[in-house]
Design a protein around this ligand. Structure first.
Ligand code: FAD
Length: 553
């Protein structure tokens, strides 16, 4: 087994449990096996205080329990599939030798992307315990500034942990949002949280040069950077496989079949190095996450041992903490569906994590995306301070079980006031999906308001006067939902775009107005979603610009 962490060690221990007589050798290049790579950022921040807490097993403990022959500080240099041998090098004494195999499992992981920027040698990456020791040593010197390059999962976690260490930190991300698996209206919430906690977030700019104590950005700005951390993404480790003539797939990962066999049937590949099969469209994809690495490690050992295995496809469920926010996703996002020309419907809701009347309920933003014809769930995203993990995990399970969006209404989920609501946020998504699919209501999205206004729709805000006075969509008319019947004469047009705070009162108002003969559409996610979205930022910039011009004139 090449690689002794997530995929490799799951394969090794499962194989031993299934076969006491097999000779199992694990070769690991770094000085540690079975280390908690997912915990590394928290060691940087001091949240995990002891390095030993990251080391889940040692070669000795794995030998004691599983009789595994685990060789750390040993690198596999080459695979010879014809002779069924691997060439290995002891990185401590430099000795090289060969090992033969009947079955070979590759789990070498993925390596951090290191772009060819001048000064890049000063950038530190985070993958192994040795990497985190280096970063922790730099952080221990109390640097006056840090720059993290890359706003993916690892980048945002590192930025949070540097702030936790009270190090002034900037995060530079070349695209216009952090966390690419999210759609922009949810990513904005994460950006706000990061800025609120003091991260100097630079979106839409890239680092073009790293100097001795600063970095230069593509927009000519210079940021102080006593330490620089690279978190731009990872690439599957395919070097050994490629050199051995194994087939490489379209995503530049090791190509495998349903049982994780490579193009050489005695060689398996799992984890970040191997391509996965997307559960929604069957395409090849890369998902560098721990769950699948562990799952596929086990599947491979079952297959080698002659057990019947179920092929495991991916929906890419993921979660991350950013300061006080939890962010979770599953399935496809809107960006990917649009790029693939797949038709979809979207729902946004802002439910409480548990019953609003029970202390400490926290509002979250939930997004569900599904087929307008079959109701098949394509994906979901959630951002909030509590309860996000539970909702996304339920929806991920629903996707796996082929439960449709309206059928989410039928799920009987555990409820008492401290934990949820009698109509859980997931059930509510089901109700909303039912309404959309049955044609009971129509909704407009946060980024479609101008389109509807251009088509002659009048924006009616049905919140209270006080709420309206605190901020509203430009051009909206305020008629609170409870006053609509009495003030109906004030509505002159027939086409109405109805908006409230989160979409719920808007739904009631839309139903009422439709029954009175109006053509009305509810703003999905309400003013709250719009006001935090990129559309609102643009609209307020425009309003500010117009008012400045007016002042000048
Ligand atoms: P790895 O666990 O990376 O193991 C590969 C091992 O192979 C490495 O130790 C490497 O040294 C060794 N190796 C490579 N080449 C050779 C060679 N030629 N010879 C010998 N040994 C070799 N995933 C989540 O789901 N949730 C998280 O919160 C999360 N957080 C993460 C945080 C960080 C900082 C990192 C780096 C990753 C995180 N991940 C997370 C991703 C997760 O850790 C990986 O998806 C998972 O570890 C992949 O397992 P793997 O077995 O493919 O590779």
């Amino acid at each position: 087994i090449i690689g002794g962490v997530a995929g490799g060690m799951s394969a090794a221990t499962r194989l031993r449990r299934l076969d006491e007589s097999a000779e199992i050798i694990v070769i690991e290049k770094s000085g540690h096996v079975s280390y908690a790579n997912c915990g590394l950022p928290y060691y940087v921040g001091g949240v995990i205080e002891e390095e030993k807490d990251l080391l889940l097993q040692t070669p000795a403990s794995l030998h004691a329990r599983f009789r595994l022959d685990v060789r750390v500080n040993t690198e596999v240099l080459a695979i010879n599939p014809a002779k069924k041998v691997v060439a290995i090098k002891n990185l401590v004494n430099g000795e090289t030798s060969e090992l033969d195999y009947d079955k070979l499992i590759l789990s070498p992981g993925a390596s951090p992307v290191v772009p060819p920027i001048p000064g890049i040698e000063r950038g530190m990456t985070l993958r192994t315990v040795e990497d985190v020791e280096k970063i922790a040593a730099s952080v221990g010197k109390n640097p006056a500034s840090a720059v993290v390059i890359g706003g993916g999962f690892i980048g945002v976690e590192i930025a949070e942990n540097l702030i936790h260490r009270k190090i002034p930190t900037a995060l530079v991300e070349a695209t216009h949002q952090v966390l690419m698996p999210l759609d922009p209206e949810l990513a904005t919430l994460v950006a706000q949280e990061m800025r609120a906690h003091g991260v100097d977030l630079r979106l839409g700019a890239s680092v073009v040069k790293i100097n001795t104590d600063s970095v230069e950005l593509s927009n000519d700005e210079v940021l102080p950077a006593e330490i620089v951390i690279l978190a731009i993404g990872v690439r599957p480790e395919i070097g050994l496989a490629k050199a051995a003539g194994l087939e490489i797939g379209v995503c530049n990962g090791i190509k495998v079949d349903d049982f994780n066999r490579t193009s050489n049937l005695d060689i398996y590949a799992v984890g970040d190095a191997a391509e996965k099969t997307d559960a929604l469209d069957g395409s090849a994809t890369l998902v560098p996450l721990a769950n699948l690495a562990n799952r596929h490690g086990r599947v491979v050992s079952d297959h080698i041992s002659g057990l019947t295995v179920r092929p495991v496809k991916t929906i890419g469920t993921a979660i991350v903490k950013v300061f006080d926010l939890m962010i979770a996703t599953t399935g496809w996002n809107e960006k990917r569906l649009k790029a693939s020309h797949v038709k979809f419907l979207t729902i946004h809701s802002h439910p409480n994590s548990h019953a609003g009347y029970y202390p400490d309920a926290q509002q979250m933003t939930l997004k569900l995306i599904f087929s307008p014809t079959t109701g098949e769930i394509f994906g979901a995203q959630a951002v909030g301070r509590d309860g996000v993990d539970k909702r996304i995990d339920v929806i991920a399970t629903a996707i796996r079980g082929e439960i449709t969006a309206p059928e989410l209404a039928d799920l009987e989920l555990a409820y008492a006031p401290p934990f949820g609501s009698a109509k859980d946020p997931v059930n509510m998504l089901g109700y909303m999906a039912e309404n959309l699919l049955s044609g009971v209501v129509r909704t407009a999205q946060w980024n479609e308001i101008n389109e509807y206004v251009d088509k002659g729709y009048q924006v009616i805000d049905v919140r209270t006067e006080r709420e309206f006075s605190e901020g509203s969509i430009p051009g909206a008319t305020n008629i609170p939902v409870d006053e609509i019947r009495d003030r109906i004469s004030e509505i002159t047009g027939r086409k109405l775009l109805v908006s409230c705070q989160v979409g719920q009162r808007g739904h009631t108002a839309t139903m009422l107005l439709n029954s009175l003969g109006y053509d009305s559409i509810n703003l999905d996610g309400g003013y709250l979603l719009w006001s935090k979205s990129p559309a609102a930022t643009l609209a307020s910039a425009l309003i500010k610009y117009i008012s400045e011009i007016r002042t000048i004139l």
